[in-house]
Write a protein that binds this ligand. Structure first.
Ligand SMILES: Cc1cc2nc3c(=O)[nH]c(=O)nc-3n(C[C@H](O)[C@H](O)[C@H](O)COP(=O)(O)O)c2cc1C
Length: 236
């Protein structure tokens, strides 16, 4: 959903979303994620400016920013005077990013089940240092993505977007290359879907290839590794 009514998201709904998020599986029960809820219009506007100026970030009454947060375990280690060198490895960063994604998706499903619309905001990774400053994040805490939340505006309820055929993603016993005919069929389905949405009838192949063409298409996220190091992640 990328168009929202202004109705605020009640505190009880936010609490239910966080409860759903905390119910997700988490690697070794380390719970290496956190979330910041942003409702203040000026702060949402500043975060939208850092996220390709996507209009629905300002429009949504709530922006949830999902964090890979190793800082909690680092502080704990200092407090109890135990070593925490394991946090310095890329594996632990990946664990935190996976934890954040699982938590967020649980929240998204719960919110949608309660009639709220959501949209992930990967563009929030374009300027991670500025996002960290805006949200007062400590070192080793990274905004993996945002999630806009609100009641869908009339006409913006969204439709179910077709996916690749199962045969393209489902491998039995071992991986096998997809049949190009499956991709061609999906291109036709996506072109028809996009046309129905009033969008250019570009097929999936064309859009996907544009998105992975080179570093420019990553909208500054080609520099992510350097940003993460700046945020204090050792990524060994
Ligand atoms: C991690 C992640 C980041 C995303 N970032 C954006 C974004 O910045 N802006 C946006 O409008 N949609 C974003 N999306 C939404 C995807 O475009 C959308 O999920 C995909 O096109 C499939 O459509 P559907 O979710 O409606 O089925 C993101 C999705 C994910 C999972």
């Amino acid at each position: 959903v990328r168009g929202y009514r202004p109705d605020p998201v009640p505190e009880t709904v936010m609490a239910a979303a966080v409860a759903a998020a905390q119910s997700a599986a988490t690697s070794s029960n380390l719970q290496t994620w956190s979330v910041v809820t942003v409702t203040e219009p000026a702060r949402k506007a500043r975060l939208a400016a850092l996220s390709a100026q996507q209009r629905h970030i300002e429009e949504a009454p709530l922006l949830m920013v999902w964090l890979a947060d190793l800082s909690r375990l680092r502080r704990l280690g200092r407090r109890v005077e135990r070593p925490t060198e394991g946090l310095d490895y890329f594996e632990t960063f990946l664990t935190a990013a996976i934890d954040a994604a699982l938590a967020a998706q649980n929240a998204a499903v719960a919110l949608e089940a309660m009639g709220w619309g959501t949209c992930y905001i990967g563009a929030m990774r374009s300027y991670p240092d500025a996002v960290a400053a805006e949200l007062a994040l400590p070192p080793e805490c990274f905004a993996v993505f945002g999630l806009t939340v609100g009641r869908p505006a009339p006409g913006a309820e969204g439709e179910i977007k077709p996916r690749l055929p199962q045969s393209a993603v489902w491998h039995r016993e071992a991986w096998a290359e997809e049949d190009p005919a499956d991709i061609a069929a999906y291109d036709r389905a996506m072109a028809a879907f996009n046309a129905g949405q009033g969008l250019a009838a570009a097929d999936w192949t064309d859009r996907a290839m544009s998105r992975v063409a080179g570093p420019k298409a990553l909208s500054n996220r080609d520099k992510l590794k350097a940003y993460l190091e700046k945020l204090g992640f050792a990524l060994k």
